[in-house]
Design a protein. Structure first.
Lengths: 440, 274
């Protein structure tokens, strides 16, 4: 009996495996445009971290609308977690299961394009379509003078502050210079007894963007040579952030410097003022309703004419796509003015990259909720926004150098002058090694 | 003398309490966040003012939890028994059978444990595609159906089984397969259970391979669904993410509690003979 049971067990195990095989993919076959010129075949689009409602319904409608326009095309839309999408695209390029359209942040786009993984769109997208996008975000799709992406949704920098803390400290206006940031933050900390200002660092890119905004039109790099030590305003920024950290005006956690830490501290009432994108309030609405209601948005904490960064989400087409015509058509369709406007309404905290959508009343008169106020300020600052850091191959190295120096500076391990000198020397060496001579 | 013993005891309890706070603390904190109602901020006090299961219900329905749970259960259901079967067969062969190149085979198997997954991820992706294992349960479980760790772990366990027991079975007319199945396997039961728990925990929480090897979100597992929630483009709802994390952890927790007696003894068994 036992022998039979043992045999049955082993057989059952093998059977489970064989049965499970039956659920495998039935095929990924796609085809090019039909001989008549009408689009046909399968086209797969990957979005980045846009799963669940309300996005599922939005994409289902989008898919149906495109399939109605092109009855021979079968659209498949899948969502991939944002942090792994670059790795997943790169891995897929080693095989045949490649998506046709991918939602990529510019830093991922540059890396994949540099490895020859993306299709050049220069001649595939008409001039009319190219002109429908805002200039700054559209330029974010370029790498080494070739177009590799079409812009989709945007976020640009605004300032976020806790109005209860502002009132407690008797502050009525957001600061516009580093000295004013110091004075404002110090007054709030004195009133609340808690840290008040947070400088997002992320990979170091946010600090670089801040330096470019502070330089206000003056280049911080000229033909591959850093000019940071010559800029008094940037030196003041490094000096005062070090002072704020030392005096407890900036929280200890600022040395870590991530966006999510900023959100957590803002939610916990341990930060009152910072610069960030419109999406900043995302988890705060549900995580800290009182703080959300007290949150207000303003223009970024710089001169009102200073250039601001715009963060762009793009759509690119992998070079191994089986269906380039349908892929381009789908990318154009998803990023057209009408669909971008609808997406911005669904998402609630992003801006469209098409000129026409921004003229809609939704952006000129969005309401008075904290998120809506953020949208209003963002659409105002969008007028002076562009991609501040050009797409260069050594960008990761540049970010890392700034991150290390900035953190050492705020912690007081080096002087502000030494920090800027360190960045200058390492950046110069990095540009020389890469053979690059950018100006920004 | 009595005071000295009592002091020792107190110190021991303090240390145990500290370890408990460090290990169980984050889990409880996540649970408290998940139980907080919409009106209470996650930093408004440690405990939920009016505990609610609303976040658990939302997490369950808003993420298509049932589908991902089913996928994860099937994948784990394939990985655990197959890993036990193949690892114990290979481990037994390496422990008991004399064949040319046995030590080389063992060294090769162990050395694969030192290679980072990212290094062979791309070729594996290609092979899985060519074998038709993309978007399939077997494809998702394939990395766990016979692991180097499992083989080594089982080999070590089989080395502790007295040879005399096996020899007497041979004398009674048993063949090698019967000796493996009827004599050796029952004696390494705690190790088998330990390996089952290891495989279960790893497969249940595996993230990168299931993500890479699926091009259809209907085949996603729970860990991917959790990543989708936490990487939401505007940061997501932390109460919902906490509730989903707890829901994802519960099966592992129940299985560990159920089998912990064997798990602990299996761990020590594996360490006896080197």
């Amino acid at each position: 009996m036992k022998k039979r049971l043992s045999f049955a067990l082993v057989t059952a195990l093998l059977l489970v495996g064989l049965m499970a095989c039956s659920s495998e993919d039935e095929g990924n076959a796609t085809s090019d445009a039909g001989s008549s010129g009408e689009l046909s075949g399968e086209v797969t689009m990957w979005t980045a971290s846009l799963a669940g409602e309300p996005f599922d319904s939005y994409f289902a409608d989008l898919e149906a609308a495109f399939e109605e326009m092109h009855p021979e095309v079968d659209v498949i839309i899948e969502d991939i977690p944002q942090n792994e999408i670059e790795q997943k695209v790169l891995t897929s390029l080693t095989g045949d299961d490649v998506p046709d359209v991918v939602n990529l942040a510019p830093r991922y786009m540059i890396n994949i394009a540099a490895q020859g993984g993306l299709l050049e769109l220069n001649d595939l997208v008409s001039e009319e379509v190219q002109n429908s996008y805002l200039e700054g975000p559209f330029e974010a799709g370029y790498f080494e003078e070739d177009l590799y992406a079409l812009p989709w949704y945007l976020t640009t920098t605004v300032s976020w502050y806790n109005n209860d803390h502002f009132e407690q400290a008797g502050i009525t206006e957001t600061p516009q210079t580093t000295q004013e940031i110091y004075d404002t933050a110090k007054a709030i900390t004195d009133a609340t007894g808690k840290p008040s200002y947070y400088q997002i660092i992320n990979q170091g890119d946010t600090v670089i963007e801040k330096m470019i905004s502070i330089a206000n039109g003056e280049p911080i790099v000229e033909e591959g040579k850093a000019l940071l030590t010559e800029n008094e305003e940037i030196l003041e920024f490094f000096t005062l952030t070090q002072k704020m950290y030392e005096e407890g005006i900036m929280p200890q956690e600022n040395a870590e410097g991530s966006f999510s830490t900023a959100q957590e501290l803002f939610m916990a009432n341990n930060v009152s003022l910072l610069e960030s994108g419109v999406t900043f309030l995302g988890p705060i609405e549900s995580g800290a309703p009182d703080v959300y209601n007290a949150a207000k948005a303003g223009q970024p904490l710089n001169a009102l004419d200073a250039p601001m960064n715009v963060a762009v989400m793009n759509f690119s087409i992998p070079s191994k796509t089986d269906n380039p015509d349908a892929a381009v058509a789908l990318a154009e369709f998803v990023t057209n003015a009408e669909n971008q406007l609808e997406f911005a309404k669904v998402a609630g905290t992003v801006l469209p990259s098409t000129t026409e959508s921004l003229e809609d009343e939704y952006f000129t008169n969005p309401g008075d909720s904290p998120k809506a106020l953020g949208m209003l300020e963002a659409s105002t600052s969008l007028e002076r926004s562009k991609v501040l850091i050009p797409p260069v191959e050594n960008s990761s190295e540049l970010y890392e150098i700034v991150k290390m120096a900035f953190v050492k500076n705020i912690q007081g391990d080096i002087t502000p002058e030494e920090a800027l000198q360190e960045i200058t020397e390492k950046w110069d060496a990095s540009f020389e090694k890469a053979g690059l001579t950018p100006t920004f | 003398m009595k005071t000295k013993t009592q002091t020792k005891k107190i110190i021991l309890y303090i240390v145990m309490l500290a370890i408990c706070v460090v290990t169980v603390g984050p889990f409880l904190y996540t649970l408290f966040i998940a139980l907080k109602p919409a009106t209470q901020g996650i930093y408004d006090g440690l405990l939920p003012a009016n505990p609610t299961f609303a976040n658990f219900v939302d997490a369950f329905y808003k993420t298509d939890f049932l589908r991902y749970l089913l996928n994860t259960v099937i994948v784990t259901g394939i990985a655990v028994p197959f890993n036990l079967l193949f690892s114990s067969m290979a481990g037994y062969a390496l422990a008991r059978m004399n064949f040319k190149g046995r030590s080389i085979v063992l060294t090769l198997i162990i050395s694969t444990m030192t290679v980072p997954f990212q290094l062979y991820m791309a070729p594996l992706f290609q092979i899985a595609g060519e074998l038709g294992l993309r978007n399939s349960y077997v494809g998702l479980a394939v990395l766990q159906v016979s692991t180097a760790f499992g083989i080594y772990f089982m080999r070590q366990a089989f080395l502790t089984v007295p040879k005399e027991l096996e020899e007497s079975a041979y004398l009674d007319g048993a063949n090698r397969f019967q000796v493996w199945w009827k004599v050796a396997m029952p004696l390494v039961k705690p190790t088998l259970i330990s390996l089952a728990i290891y495989t279960f925990t790893f497969t249940w929480g595996d993230y990168l391979w299931p993500l890479i090897n699926t091009t259809e979100s209907s085949m996603y597992t729970l860990s991917i669904a959790l990543a989708q929630m936490s990487q939401n483009f505007d940061g997501g709802n932390l109460k919902l993410i906490s509730a989903a994390s707890i829901l994802t952890t519960i099966p592992s927790l129940l299985i560990f509690i159920w089998l912990q007696k064997y798990f602990i003894s299996g761990q020590t068994d594996g360490a006896v003979k080197g």
